[in-house]
Design a protein around this ligand. Structure first.
Ligand code: HEC
Ligand code: HEC
Ligand code: HEC
Length: 438
């Protein structure tokens, strides 16, 4: 090795060592930073009030959704979150001293919920601390008062089930450096109180962006704020004012009705949004729902291009129409308008016009039960068509509903349906070629 080259190699090594020392310092600093509480727990009757407020904060934040496994005890953890990197299980956050957080202090709770550091070190962002960072000191203290009252459940959870290198928690210090804004909510001084409350609910406890904002390759939020995001076979819709695939044509009342009951005059919720409505948004006060609606309506429209609708002479459209008339029209009506507050309208429905058809494909293959809420206790369901229709017939009927009655969106292919059938573990088609609509 020549002298020059060796010197270059040394300095590269020196930089790497300095970088590693700096990084280790950063990791250690993050892990040991203190967060002394500024709002203390109350006592007596005031504590009872505080616990009640905390229960509401827990509803707003939907802590139960992830911290309760299917058929498991509330808050005892063990619910599996599938990420593109592998599985992460939620922690037991009951007051059990051994397997839960019964021995924790308020400061430890704050460190986990708002700053992303738990009992094993840095937390994965599957726990939405990047949104909860915005919680006010008061809400955080109230929430702690409530969580402390959760009865103990002995349930040991191994949260981190990721493969190497993703299972290395210290690497998350780097993730935080890139994507985590550790900052409490700051109201806009010129905006109304209602607007600021809406922004707080959406970006803080409601953590709407964790599903509705597309992620980059490292799982951080992209800059396309609330413009729609793909997740586990669903598509969390565009919530901006885009008039075609977003909420541009929804009134504030349409948004309130959807978040309260799961339905409105246009659509009905399904999949992960039904869970969010059933566990969280249906419990929000009218004022809070109105605040969210006002805030969402203020978000400028995404600039997704609107495709030209396919001609009704297109072969997929001709077949799709026949499938629609024989299988779907009885409920969704021949002009696609459905039955108000019972069967969604497919005409002018932002999800039907969405560039990503995952949610539609999911609903048609597997069917859906419909949201069950206080205001809508007997929601109608959508039957499953996986066994009844071939891949190409499903693709054509999707293409047809996406390009009729004023709708326009990319056609759906038979191979997309075949792929979704596997990924969603839908039933195989039970028919034979005699039953294919041509
Ligand atoms: C979207 C799912 C999700 C939601 C919603 C959620 N959590 Fe979590 N939470 C997780 C996961 C997953 C973990 C484990 C992460 C890890 O080990 O890195 C976790 C970890 C935690 C921990 C750390 C426990 C420990 O032992 O380190 C606490 C405390 C916690 N959550 C409290 C809450 C509270 C309070 C709420 C509501 C304000 C909440 N979580 C909402 C998924 C969620
Ligand atoms: C766990 C993921 C998740 C979270 C968290 C979530 N959403 Fe959704 N949301 C979805 C999915 C998926 C859909 C599409 C459902 C469908 O097609 O029926 C959706 C649909 C919607 C729709 C209907 C849009 C349309 O065009 O049909 C609205 C409005 C909405 N969400 C608002 C919110 C708000 C406000 C929040 C935060 C308080 C939120 N969502 C949090 C996943 C989520
Ligand atoms: C028995 C009545 C019935 C039939 C038949 C039916 N649907 Fe549905 N469909 C519903 C109901 C009810 C919902 C709302 C389910 C929910 O609450 O999530 C729905 C939801 C949908 C959605 C989701 C709409 C949204 O706003 O997210 C799509 C897309 C859809 N149906 C397409 C079809 C297609 C295509 C067919 C024919 C292959 C069909 N439906 C047949 C009753 C029906």
């Amino acid at each position: 090795m020549g002298k020059k080259l060796r010197r270059a190699a040394y300095s590269v090594a020196a930089v790497a060592v300095a970088g590693a020392i700096g990084y280790t310092a950063l990791v250690q600093y993050g892990l040991h930073k203190s967060y002394p509480p500024t709002v203390q727990l109350s006592s007596g009757d005031a504590l009872k009030e505080q616990i009640k407020r905390g229960e509401y904060v827990s509803r707003l934040s939907d802590c139960t959704a992830c911290h309760t496994a299917e058929g498991g005890q509330p808050f005892a953890g063990g619910y599996t979150l599938k990420t593109p990197f592998g599985d992460i299980l939620s922690s037991n956050i009951t007051s059990d001293p051994k397997t839960g957080i019964g021995n924790w202090t308020q400061e430890q709770f704050d460190r986990a919920v708002r700053h992303g550091i738990g009992s094993h070190g840095y937390l994965y962002a599957a726990m939405p601390y990047n949104a909860y960072a915005k919680l006010t000191d008061q809400d955080l203290a109230d929430l702690w008062a409530y969580i402390k009252t959760i009865p103990p459940v002995d349930n040991e959870v191994v949260e981190n089930q990721l493969p190497f290198p993703f299972n290395q928690r210290w690497t998350l210090a780097g993730w935080n450096l890139l994507f985590f804004k550790d900052q409490v909510f700051k109201p806009q001084p010129t905006a109304s109180e209602q607007f600021n409350r809406g922004a707080y609910l959406v970006d803080g406890p409601g953590h709407c962006a964790s599903c509705h904002t597309a992620k980059n390759l490292l799982g951080g939020d992209s800059s396309a704020y609330l413009q729609g995001g793909a997740l586990q076979g669903w598509y969390a819709a565009d919530l901006t004012s885009n008039p075609h695939s977003g909420l541009g044509k929804w009134s504030e009342e349409d948004i309130v009705s959807y978040l309260r009951s799961g339905t409105n005059k246009i659509t009905a919720s399904s999949g992960p949004m039904t869970e969010a409505i059933e566990n969280s948004t249906q419990y929000m006060t009218d004022e809070d729902l109105k605040a969210i609606a006002q805030y969402l309506k203020s978000i400028p429209a995404s600039d997704k291009p609107i495709p030209t609708p396919l001609s009704s002479e297109n072969t997929a459209m001709i077949t799709g129409k026949k499938v629609y008339e024989s299988q779907c029209g009885a409920c969704h009506v021949s002009n696609g308008t459905g039955v108000r507050n019972m069967i969604p309208s497919l005409a002018g429905n932002p999800q039907v016009n969405s560039p990503n058809a995952s949610s539609l494909i999911n609903v048609v293959l597997n069917g859906t039960e419909g949201p069950l809420t206080h205001t809508n206790p007997t929601a109608a369901g959508m039957p499953e068509f996986a066994q009844k229709l071939s891949d190409s017939n499903i693709a054509d009927v999707m293409t047809y509903i996406r390009n009729s009655w004023g709708n326009s969106a990319e056609p759906v292919s038979a191979s997309q349906i075949g792929k979704a059938r596997k990924e969603l573990q839908a039933q195989p088609w039970q028919g034979d070629s005699m039953h294919v609509v041509k």
